[in-house]
Design a protein. Structure first.
Length: 441
């Protein structure tokens, strides 16, 4: 077995703690104006007021979150990277003001409100334009800047994984995957450094390292070596299926067809997931090579197509152009191409924001004010989104944030997470402070 070269880990973000400074009266006035603009859906004007607050009170966390959310809600694709970096600045402030240092070895999701903010930033950065526009940061540059604020090993691993994914997605033909492999190796090394026997590796990075080894280097043996390393580790079903399909392909490349069929069959024993269509397709191809039963081969091709896979020449040759599964798949492919590709949008469409508790593009309520469509986005339609645990944590953390004690994760479960309750509380107390200022309670 080849000896793996040690990976030099970048440093985590560990600044000296700094308590928040008092907010000047002028900054409070700007906050009120920002809240009013946000209430009217005038996100560009709200962002300008939040910036004024930040200049007067650079470590005021609600202002940083408000600025990032206002830019995100404006829904302009050119500003997605700017919004992501604004959340990055909010992460920095949240870590600076943390009451105590978080153990860097904690598991994912236990890094407090700062982790929740940074994960939002990364989620947003992934939908930014691939290349920077107007002097702005590209998607990769944005991710590389955000990782500088990772303060736990698990968080750093996940951001480096996204960096690797972005590099790998833009590799040209004939280009090796050295930079992507380095990012995935760093991600995996961060998890190894946690010394957690239950999660000893970053499975996603192991899978991607295997893909590069097989697809870029034709090294099926390396894929099998990686699989042997992690085969007994608990992983999500989708990852397990994806890995088994990859290992099957590696065995096919080594002309070990029967072993490949065994791995594909194992993959299909798991509940259906994103990689299941690929497992059906690869199994059908392996059976073809092994002179398998034609009925079984066709059945697996049909299932792959019916589960959403695009038709391949092998499928069409085996089933025929007029087969119902082939025709549906071709129609589906044509419709998708005619309507501009997949469902991944660029801008957030004016919805959500980290303080709304929804995903990118959600139209749920805000801690600042009810959300309205701005004039820039009058044609955008609202869409519901189930709030994620990450954003729920942030929402609850914001509700309990008092400017002194930073929620560290886990202890905010009993906090009021309904942002409408924050507005009700404001009315009951007759406060003249803005919604954002109420976060300082």
């Amino acid at each position: 077995e080849p000896v793996e070269e040690p990976v030099e880990l970048p440093s985590l973000y560990e600044p000296t703690k700094k308590p928040p400074s008092p907010i000047p009266p002028t900054a409070k006035s700007y906050m009120k104006m920002a809240d009013a603009y946000l209430d009217k859906g005038k996100y560009a004007l709200a962002a300008k007021q939040f910036l004024k607050v930040i200049k007067k009170a650079p470590d005021h966390l609600p202002a940083h979150l408000g600025y990032a959310t206002a830019i995100e809600r404006a829904g302009k694709s050119k500003q997605i990277a700017t919004a992501a970096l604004a959340y990055g600045n909010a992460t920095r402030v949240a870590i600076l003001q943390g009451e105590s240092r978080i153990d860097p070895t904690v598991e994912a999701g236990k890094g407090g409100i700062a982790e929740s903010i940074l994960r939002r930033a990364v989620q947003l950065a992934k939908s930014a334009p691939t290349t920077g526009s107007g002097g702005g940061s590209s998607r990769l540059e944005t991710l590389q800047k955000l990782v500088e604020y990772a303060h736990t090993l698990a968080l750093a691993a996940d951001v480096y994984y996204e960096i690797g994914m972005e590099i790998a997605a833009n590799l040209g033909d004939g280009v090796d995957g050295t930079d992507a492999m380095r990012a995935f190796s760093i991600a995996n090394a961060f998890i190894v450094a946690r010394n957690d026997t239950e999660t000893p590796y970053h499975i996603g990075s192991i899978v991607e390292l295997g893909k590069i080894a097989l697809e870029r280097e034709g090294n099926g043996k390396e894929v099998i070596r990686l699989f042997q390393k992690v085969k007994d580790v608990h992983m999500e079903d989708d990852r397990h299926v994806e890995l088994l399909v990859l290992v099957g392909r590696a065995h096919v490349s080594l002309e070990e067809t029967e072993t490949a069929i065994t791995e594909y069959t194992r993959a299909l024993s798991f509940p259906d997931c994103k990689s299941t269509p690929s497992a059906h397709n690869e199994l059908a191809i392996a059976l073809l090579k092994g002179s398998g039963d034609s009925h079984e081969i066709n059945l697996h091709f049909e299932k792959a197509l019916d589960m959403g896979m695009d038709p391949t020449p092998e499928m069409i040759e085996a089933l025929g152009e007029r087969h119902s599964s082939v025709m549906r798949a071709l129609n589906r492919q044509y419709y998708r191409n005619a309507h501009g590709g997949g469902a991944d949008g660029g801008a957030s469409g004016g919805g959500g924001g980290i303080m709304s508790g929804g995903g990118v593009g959600s139209q749920s309520s805000s801690v600042f004010a009810p959300q309205y469509k701005s004039t820039d986005e009058a044609a955008a339609s609202s869409s519901g989104a189930q709030q994620s645990e990450t954003l729920a944590l942030l929402e609850q953390g914001a509700a309990t944030y008092d400017g002194q004690n930073m929620p560290m994760g886990g202890e905010v479960e009993g906090a009021e997470s309904s942002l409408s309750n924050l507005k009700a509380k404001k009315k009951q107390q007759g406060s003249v402070e803005s919604n954002l200022s109420n976060l300082k309670r």
